[in-house]
Design a protein around this ligand. Structure first.
Ligand code: F0G
Length: 416
């Protein structure tokens, strides 16, 4: 039997190119923050020292991916890179049909349009901003059916991304299965703090949806991290590889969409949905064989899929987040536990306990961190939650968080 190597958080690569960054002082950053209205999204990137806003499109690519860029086949139709990407979607996600899109939200737009009728309900394990908006724009109502533990930053449940089967079944009884076109399961759950679901929960939800004839779709953005957490935390899965687990997870779903940071795609085993998406992509994104993407980008994505499941890569990614979490905790910083797969989420409600939620604690904390250190994080609280489209009332989430997100493979060091 092959020896199982324990990988550390140390990078399994060397860095052969660097990009200069600007070093600023506090008065400079105070001015920049003021000009940005204390909103980290409105800061100029060149005024940021360490950018932990997102892992979306900010990741460093490998030499293998850069080499792939040179192999771009920019044909309008039938690019060879499209077929390379499709092959890897089949191989690693186990889905036979595939439609590329320019971003994850474009995939969400199309899936919502195809599947949702006005008046429908879409249960999900906590919302994601763009996902919920597309469901609402299609006339649906999103219903949060995540377990209660997910709304409690301090709760250390190992699978806070799980769906509560009782909440889901209660909704089915209330509105009727016909009004639920699909259950939307994400993993790890971004807004809950990067929390995974367990394989046991997925099996239970799959059985429940099958019982009522409801489809099950997967927001597979960062699904590799979810697979890794299952391998690390769930009994019976420790000997399986992340690649095997990713495929096993996907086997329970009718289809998936992915924000491949920044590109995206839809993949499904449902031929009818595939055909509708393939027709629709031409209108919104581009021909079905490029969906808004350059050939070279599809090649880099195809190669990225191969690299993301490599044990040393996924292990480093998650362990670097854990390392940062432990350091912050040793300084007494309140944060969401367990640590997420792609980010550490600071608990702004505890951090700035003197601020009422109406005073935007997470937004204030994100801005203050920038002014203090030049590090840019992202608000994940009242502002992200937005307003109810029907009533116009502010939605009050239980969690007020600042996300410090780790771009994959990118390394920015700050001297003490
Ligand atoms: N679903 C999840 C779970 C996401 O995290 C994102 C994007 C999307 C869908 C939308 O995909 O950006 O490619 O259009 N997340 C980024 C973030 C923006 O910073 O968390 P997209």
């Amino acid at each position: 039997m092959a020896k199982i190597i324990k990988h550390s958080w140390a990078e399994p690569y060397k860095i052969k190119m660097v990009e200069p960054i600007k070093v600023t002082d506090r008065p400079y950053r105070e001015k920049a923050a003021k000009e940005a209205g204390y909103n980290t999204f409105l800061l100029k990137s060149e005024d940021v020292y360490i950018d932990l806003l997102t892992d979306s499109g900010t990741n460093a690519m490998s030499d293998y991916q850069w080499a792939g860029l040179m192999m771009g086949d920019e044909a309008y139709a039938g690019s060879k890179n499209f077929y390379a990407l499709w092959d890897n979607v089949k191989k690693y996600y186990g889905m036979p049909y595939f439609v590329p899109t320019h971003q994850g939200r474009a995939a969400e737009h199309m899936i919502s349009k195809i599947m949702i009728k006005p008046g429908d309900y879409i249960p999900g394990n906590m919302y994601f901003t763009t996902t919920r908006v597309h469901q609402e724009l299609a006339g649906g109502t999103f219903v949060d059916v995540i377990i209660d533990e997910a709304h409690d930053a301090k709760n250390t449940h190992p699978f806070k991304g799980n769906i509560d089967p009782n909440k889901l079944e209660a909704l089915i009884h209330k509105v009727g299965a016909k009004k639920i076109p699909y259950v939307c399961m994400a993993g790890p759950v971004n807004m809950a703090g990067g929390q995974p679901f367990s394989m046991a929960n997925l099996k239970e939800i799959s059985a429940l949806t099958k019982k009522y004839g409801i489809k099950l779709w997967f927001d597979a953005t960062r699904a590799t991290e979810n697979a890794y957490f299952i391998q690390q935390k769930e009994k019976g899965y420790e000997k399986k590889t992340v690649a095997q687990l990713l495929k096993e997870i996907c086997s329970y779903f009718d289809g998936i969409w992915v924000s491949a940071k920044k590109d995206g795609f839809i993949a499904t085993r449902n031929k009818k949905v595939f055909e509708e998406a393939r027709n629709m992509v031409v209108i919104y994104e581009g021909l079905h064989s490029y969906g808004g993407l350059a050939g070279r980008d599809m090649e880099a994505m195809a190669r990225g899929i191969e690299e993301m499941v490599k044990p040393e890569n996924i292990s480093m990614r998650v362990k670097q987040v854990e390392y940062c979490g432990k350091q912050l905790e040793s300084y007494g910083i309140p944060l969401v536990k367990p640590y997420g797969g792609h980010a550490i989420f600071l608990d702004a409600k505890q951090f700035l306990s003197h601020l009422k939620q109406d005073l935007f604690p997470a937004q204030s904390l994100a801005s203050e961190i920038y002014e203090d250190s030049g590090v840019r994080g992202m608000e994940r609280g009242l502002v992200s939650s937005g307003r109810d489209p029907k009533t116009g009332e502010q939605r009050y989430p239980k969690l007020e968080l600042v996300r410090l997100t780790f771009p994959r493979s990118l390394r920015q060091e700050k001297e003490n």
